[in-house]
Design a protein around this ligand. Structure first.
Ligand SMILES: *[C@@H]1O[C@H](CO)[C@@H](O)[C@H](O)[C@H]1NC(C)=O
Ligand SMILES: *[C@@H]1O[C@H](CO)[C@@H](O)[C@H](O)[C@H]1NC(C)=O
Ligand SMILES: *[C@@H]1O[C@H](CO)[C@@H](O)[C@H](O)[C@H]1NC(C)=O
Ligand SMILES: *[C@@H]1O[C@H](CO)[C@@H](O)[C@H](O)[C@H]1NC(C)=O
Ligand SMILES: *[C@@H]1O[C@H](CO)[C@@H](O)[C@H](O)[C@H]1NC(C)=O
Ligand SMILES: *[C@@H]1O[C@H](CO)[C@@H](O)[C@H](O)[C@H]1NC(C)=O
Ligand SMILES: *[C@@H]1O[C@H](CO)[C@@H](O)[C@H](O)[C@H]1NC(C)=O
Ligand SMILES: *[C@@H]1O[C@H](CO)[C@@H](O)[C@H](O)[C@H]1NC(C)=O
Ligand SMILES: *[C@@H]1O[C@H](CO)[C@@H](O)[C@H](O)[C@H]1NC(C)=O
Ligand SMILES: *[C@@H]1O[C@H](CO)[C@@H](O)[C@H](O)[C@H]1NC(C)=O
Ligand SMILES: *[C@@H]1O[C@H](CO)[C@@H](O)[C@H](O)[C@H]1NC(C)=O
Ligand SMILES: *[C@@H]1O[C@H](CO)[C@@H](O)[C@H](O)[C@H]1NC(C)=O
Length: 761
């Protein structure tokens, strides 16, 4: 038998055996517990290879034929070659279920299903005690029963007494009670009674009907708004109807596929909080933008809705690369920034955009990113510099610097230059040039009429200075032609410098007076016409009054730079002067010009009154202690008036003031001062035009000090005076009468002298 099945399987695989049947059927059979059940399964078109049939039990296990030594209540057996039979010898509730006869054909399985139910009294199937019905629909409250005959089902309304009849609202069906257009009022307890018509047995089940409704989202509210500024708090509330109360599930569809500025998405979880139908996002950031989908669901079903959240965030410049370009090429500066609202970008360029060779453009790269382009076509050295990029929206302005470096070949302003040298002076030859990167400099020298030997020597001297800038020429005999080559990777340029011997300027021979007053003179000096050397830098002059000019060699001298008016001041009016000039350059001073003369004008008649006199320092102290008044004497003042007023109790006594007029002077002795007295003093300067305003001081003369001489000293002085009087008296006697002490002494001396003279003779 096993062999046969095995062969049959082989045949199925190898030759696609003929089918026994090619349809599915289901049959129901109800039988009392303990009954015997058998069912035959026929193969209508057995193939040559055998019959392809199997019986499966309710657990889809193959039912085997009865074999010796194995007892089974359920088994299979072949009735003949085409008919395979299922046999259940004693039907019980535990083995109730679907039994299938299956066959395979072309890989398809066909089954004939026999539902075998065992019962002993009526019972319910498919009858849940709580059933949910969806509001607004036509629904069935399931209640099915089994018994030997089809049981009679009777439905009772919620009170348990009112029988339900078929009408517009209700309709009974084999599966249960159909309620049309369910409303909330249809919920409650229903009774389903099933009775076996043959035996009269009845069973009753209470069915609780719950009316449910599919959730419906009425509104999703974002507060404060669906456009929120980064950093704030956002609340999204999902409002839905539905019974029972729905459960909420949130889902976020990010707006930007990649996280901005690497704020990673998982980190968001930490600043989210969901409570039922509300989510709260703390410290909102730009990555929180997107659609928030809310799904409300209950047993009846679910529905979804979503709200779009935009997060405004500060601009950040993310593209600001510095640019290095070769002059003449086309180059672009790019400034890119992210932000929402999309930032406005500007580039601070000190030129004008509409200038030829300069263009700008702006583009929105995405919803949150904009770029600004500044294009140079072509770029030149004047464009080099630091460009400031600003990106701003209403939240903030970000700023970044973009450097543009332009590389170019060296270029000299002038291809040819003169330079001067003279002995005792080092000449600097400059090879300054415009270039980027800085150029490498090489000097060459070509002497005028040099012997080969001299040239070689010079070359040796130059060798270690060949790349210097400036080139310092110390040996001044090296006049000649110098060539400087400046070189960088973008090209080179040459400059020739002719170094010649420089001389002092020639004599000045063209001087005119452009302004003359009583005390000043201004000259206009022209030339000398030709200077074989460095350019003039100054003029000098020596001058003196005619009276002094031939007496001494030392005269007043002045030097002026050539770009200032040559003006002499503080000259004496109505005076004739001699003056000579010389021009000066870096080599030295030129020779003196011939001597010019000029006469200052007559003294100007000053129409103004003198200025208020100015005191010398510490004038009050000098007046009080030294009794001297000192001030700064002014020119063109004829006289001064001094008014001295003693003060008593701080009041000036006008009646006793003393006036004194003196000639122009700088000081005055105060002879008539009382001690222990305060004075008020005024000084007024006069000239022919009038008086100055008075300068005044106040000072206090201290009280007289007591005599320092002691009584002893007084006696001593008295003795001396008496003695002197006596001597005087004696002298008078001598002169008049040749008498007295002196006379007496003199007489004696004379006598002695005479005696000594007489003796040797
Ligand atoms: C009875 O309840 C079960 C579980 O709650 C459910 O799977 C089944 O579909 C219900 N049957 C009917 C007929 O409502
Ligand atoms: C319910 O059934 C009635 C008639 O049987 C039909 O008119 C009505 O459209 C149905 N309602 C729904 C929601 O299917
Ligand atoms: C930002 O993210 C990109 C891509 O994930 C990565 O290549 C880059 O290194 C990150 N930058 C920073 C500063 O983390
Ligand atoms: C970029 O987008 C902003 C806002 O959407 C808009 O106002 C602006 O005109 C756009 N600019 C360009 C160049 O498209
Ligand atoms: C550089 O370009 C500007 C215009 O963009 C022009 O005015 C200027 O003359 C140019 N300078 C040179 C050295 O070419
Ligand atoms: C740009 O140039 C400025 C000054 O010229 C310099 O200080 C700065 O370092 C440069 N920046 C870059 C990125 O090269
Ligand atoms: C400059 O050029 C000279 C000659 O070509 C070379 O010897 C020297 O190394 C260069 N110097 C630099 C700084 O490039
Ligand atoms: C002096 O110089 C002035 C201005 O350069 C010129 O007009 C005038 O002819 C010159 N005089 C003489 C004598 O050279
Ligand atoms: C001449 O010099 C005087 C005094 O410095 C000045 O006031 C006057 O304006 C000058 N005159 C001319 C013509 O420059
Ligand atoms: C000064 O000397 C020169 C010659 O040296 C002469 O011409 C001139 O008259 C003299 N001047 C006076 C004021 O003596
Ligand atoms: C110029 O005058 C000053 C005095 O005023 C004197 O010391 C100096 O030596 C003079 N210079 C010349 C070059 O005569
Ligand atoms: C100085 O004068 C005041 C009053 O004016 C007087 O009181 C005082 O004693 C005097 N002092 C001397 C030392 O005479």
């Amino acid at each position: 038998m096993e062999k046969l099945v095995f062969v049959a399987l082989i045949c199925v695989i190898l030759s696609e055996s003929n089918a026994c049947f090619t349809s599915n059927h289901a049959h129901f059979t109800r039988m009392r517990i303990g009954s015997r059940f058998y069912q035959e399964c026929r193969c209508d078109e057995p193939g040559s290879e055998g019959v392809n049939l199997k019986w499966l039990d309710s657990h889809n296990q193959e039912i085997q034929p009865l074999r010796p030594g194995i007892e089974s209540n359920v088994y299979s057996e072949w009735v003949d070659e085409d008919t395979y039979r299922l046999f259940i010898s004693n039907l019980g509730r535990s083995i109730s279920g679907d039994y299938k006869c299956v066959t395979n054909h072309n890989g398809q399985t066909y089954a004939l299903t026999y539902n075998v139910e065992a019962y002993d009294r009526p019972y319910f199937i498919n009858t849940n005690e709580t059933q949910y019905v969806v509001s607004g629909k036509n629904v069935t409250i399931f209640c099915e029963a089994r018994s030997e005959t089809d049981p009679l089902i009777i439905w009772y309304k919620q009170d348990g007494l009112t029988k339900i009849k078929d009408d517009d609202k209700y309709e009974t069906s084999p599966e249960g009670l159909i309620i049309k257009e369910v409303t909330n009022d249809d919920k409650g307890l229903y009774k389903c009674a099933a009775s076996d018509l043959k035996t009269g047995e009845e069973i009753i089940r209470d069915i609780l009907v719950e009316v449910i409704s599919v959730p419906e989202i009425t509104e999703i509210v974002a507060s404060p708004d669906s456009n929120v500024v980064a950093g704030g708090i956002l609340e999204i509330v999902c409002m839905a109807t539905g019974s029972p109360h729905p459960e909420y599930v949130w889902r976020k569809i990010p707006k930007y596929p990649l996280s901005i500025r690497n704020a990673s998405f998982p980190s968001q979880l930490s600043h989210w909080k969901q409570e039922a139908n509300k989510i709260t996002i703390y410290d909102v950031n730009e990555n929180d933008a997107g659609a928030y989908e809310c799904t409300a669901s209950n047993v009846a079903g679910s529905s979804s809705g979503s709200v779009n959240i935009d997060v405004y965030f500060m601009p950040e410049i993310i593209k600001y690369d510095s640019v290095v370009a070769i002059e003449g090429s086309t180059v672009q500066i790019v400034c890119g920034a992210q932000g929402l609202p999309i930032p406005q970008i500007s580039l601070n360029y000190l030129g004008e955009y509409n200038e030829r060779g300069l263009g700008w453009d702006m583009k929105n790269v995405s919803e949150i990113e904009a770029e600004f382009y500044l294009t140079f076509f072509p770029v030149n050295r004047s464009h080099e510099g630091v460009y400031i990029c600003n990106a701003s929206n209403f939240l903030y302005t970000d700023q970044k610097e973009i450097n543009l470096t332009v590389l170019y070949a060296p270029k000299f302003g002038k291809p040819f230059e003169h330079a001067w040298g003279w002995s005792g002076h080092n000449t600097n030859l400059s090879c300054d040039n415009e270039s980027n990167p800085p150029a490498n400099i090489t000097w060459m020298y070509q002497g005028n009429d040099l012997s080969e030997e001299e040239q070689t020597e010079i070359n040796n001297i130059m060798a270690d200075k060949m790349h210097n800038n400036p080139l310092i020429i110390e040996n001044i005999s090296l006049y000649g032609t110098y060539q400087c080559v400046a070189h960088n990777e973008f090209g080179e340029d040459k400059k020739v410098i002719a170094l010649r011997q420089g001389f002092i300027p020639g004599a000045i021979n063209n001087v005119t007076i452009t302004n003359l007053t009583s005390t000043s003179v201004t000259f206009s000096i022209n030339g000398p016409e030709f200077v074989n050397g460095p350019k003039l830098k100054a003029y000098k002059a020596e001058y003196d009054e005619v009276e002094n000019y031939n007496i001494t060699d030392i005269h007043i001298n002045r030097t002026w730079s050539i770009d200032r008016p040559f003006r002499l001041d503080r000259l004496r009016p109505s005076t004739v002067y001699y003056i000579k000039f010389a021009a000066i350059n870096d080599v030295g001073d030129g020779p003196w010009s011939e001597v010019y003369d000029f006469a200052t004008l007559e003294k100007t008649n000053f129409r103004s009154v003198p200025l208020e006199p100015v005191w010398e320092a510490d004038v009050e102290e000098a007046a009080a202690f030294e009794r001297k008044l000192k001030w700064k004497q002014e020119e063109l003042v004829d006289s001064y008036n001094i008014r001295l007023c003693p003060m008593y109790n701080g009041i000036i006594e006008e009646e006793i003031c003393k006036d004194k007029t003196i000639e122009s002077a700088a000081e005055y002795e105060l002879n008539e001062l009382d001690s222990n007295t305060t004075y008020y003093l005024e000084l007024v300067a006069h000239n022919s035009n009038g008086s100055s305003t008075p300068a005044h001081i106040m000072f206090t003369v201290p009280a007289k000090e007591e005599s320092l001489l002691s009584a002893g000293a007084l006696i001593g002085i008295s003795i001396v005076i008496v003695f002197l009087c006596l001597v005087l008296l004696d002298v008078l006697l001598l002169l008049w009468r040749r008498q007295g002490i002196i006379a007496h002494c003199c007489h004696k001396k004379k006598k002695n002298k005479r005696e000594r003279q007489e003796r040797p003779s």
